[in-house]
Design a protein around this ligand. Structure first.
Ligand code: SF4
Length: 310
């Protein structure tokens, strides 16, 4: 994976840096939240050690189900692949924990619900999944000829002949909560811009298909859409280039300012409040592990902060 150069390393000089050159939504959101957080999580790849990731496996297994179902058009094959993923990465949650409803049984019920939705959609005959246009992890270079942005795609489709990327989300949030987050939304703007650049056709909208499961609700499939105009995407591109230049300045000066308004819920609070760099290093060594961020990796490696939306 291509990484950014390190022109200066005076802050925490003993820590290895592997900042990805391709900017996906997750890492850009870190930068927008706090430059110091970006430094810890993206430049150095620190993550809280031993964070529970069982709920990520649920979403990952569901994505596998949708992918194999589309490829094979065969429910049995899709369920087999989904279960194999769940057996490898998932586990039955302990009763009374936050995500104790995300069981293997709920996963099967979710796949059945999604299959009903998929069949009804096929019978309607309006949607066509396009192969070979934009698939999996995709990358484009922006108009400054330097900034590279990337995104993973679940599907790119045509709805009634019109271009429409589609994203499958497994969430415990309700429809209203999710609708509020569709616009502005970095991920969907980024996906639209990438599809537009790669296909030379402006997508008429992005489809966001929710699989909702919570303690009280679900499984339920809720389709939503969100659209971006040409003007919005051009502004988004300008913003991406600006943010990329801002980071070049951070690298040049090795300066990663703190955004204290964001600290209350941040994993790195324990590090940032340490009085010396040596004490900060001790906190990092004690509670965190280092893993290079790679947006092309499978969902099970997804960023925990994004888990609800993945
Ligand atoms: S604790 Fe605050 S300053 Fe430190 S990384 Fe987190 S948000 Fe940034």
């Amino acid at each position: 994976m291509e990484t950014m150069p390190v022109p200066r390393q005076t802050f925490m000089p003993e820590v290895k840096r592997k900042e990805p050159a391709i900017r996906d939504s997750t890492i850009v959101m870190k930068q927008k939240t706090c430059r110091r957080l970006y430094f810890f999580e993206v430049v150095c790849g620190f993550r809280l050690r031993g964070r529970a990731t069982a709920y990520l496996a649920f979403g990952g297994a569901y994505h596998v189900f949708r992918e194999v179902l589309e490829k094979t058009q065969d429910l049995t094959e899709a369920l087999k692949a989904c279960m194999a993923y769940w057996m490898k990465y998932g586990s039955e949650p302990a009763v009374g924990t936050k995500y104790d409803f995300l069981t293997g049984r709920r996963l099967m019920a979710s796949c059945e619900e999604a299959f009903k939705h998929w069949k009804a959609e096929k019978a309607q005959g309006k949607i066509e999944v396009i192969r070979g246009l934009v698939e999996g992890p995709a990358v484009v270079t922006l108009s400054d000829k330097k900034t590279k942005i990337g995104a993973r795609f679940d599907q790119v489709t045509r709805w009634d002949g019109r271009l429409m990327p589609r994203d499958f989300k497994s969430t415990s949030k309700n429809k209203k909560w999710f609708e509020r987050g569709l616009e502005p939304n970095d991920q969907f703007s980024r996906q639209s811009l990438i599809v537009w650049k790669l296909s030379s056709e402006l997508p008429f909208c992005t489809s966001v298909e929710l699989l909702v499961n919570s303690k009280k609700e679900g499984p339920a499939i809720i389709p939503l859409t969100t659209a971006r105009t040409e003007e919005q995407l051009l502004k988004f591109e300008e913003g991406e280039i600006y943010l990329s230049e801002e980071l070049a300045n951070c690298r040049e000066k090795d300066m990663w300012p703190m955004e204290e308004k964001q600290c209350n819920y941040c994993d790195f609070r324990v590090v940032c409040r340490a009085p010396t760099e040596r004490a900060m290093m001790a906190q990092l060594n004690a509670g965190f592990e280092q893993k290079t961020w790679d947006f092309t990796a499978a969902d099970v490696n997804a960023d925990p902060g994004e888990a609800e939306a993945e």
